[in-house]
Design a protein around this ligand. Structure first.
Ligand code: FES
Length: 147
């Protein structure tokens, strides 16, 4: 007798847990759907950021004789001469630190002091021995995008 009652109780608890779980999942789905509808940028960004096409920067954001590091995109964009834009991986070829800044047409790694030519990515100062790999970009009007 008691066994069947315990069985019923257990079954009852499972049923309650299942019901709460289903309700929780439904609430989570509702909350998730609601935030997507309210924040259109979140639903647009993955499509734009999946590859090329997303605007990386405006040309005005890249100083002549310098550059800008976009660490979240793993790229550094330089402007070695007026109107000439170049892009390289922002990962230092020495030990993988992120390069930090571009000054005087030199891309600088803060970890051990390696420097790279802002026009070619070639090493201008060690300990790095390999150039920064180039990245393809497109400049249309004042927009720079990763190709
Ligand atoms: Fe850049 Fe060492 S990781 S200089």
């Amino acid at each position: 007798m008691s066994t069947s009652q315990e069985g019923r109780v257990r079954l009852g608890r499972r049923a309650v847990v299942a019901a709460v779980g289903a309700a929780g999942a439904a609430a989570a789905l509702a909350a998730c759907g609601g935030s997507k509808e309210q924040d259109g940028a979140r639903t647009v960004r993955p499509a734009e950021g999946g590859g090329g096409g997303a605007v990386l920067a405006r040309t005005a954001d890249i100083p002549e004789g310098g550059g800008t590091v976009f660490g979240d995109r793993g790229v550094v964009v330089t402007q070695p001469k007026a109107g000439i834009f170049k892009a390289f991986s922002s990962t230092c070829t020495h030990q993988g630190c992120a390069v930090k800044e571009v000054t005087g047409n030199t891309i600088n790694c803060p970890c051990h002091g390696s420097t790279f030519d802002a026009a070619t990515g070639e090493v201008t100062g060690g300990p790095a021995t390999q150039a920064l790999p180039g990245k393809s970009i497109q400049v249309e009007g004042d927009s720079i995008t990763l190709a």
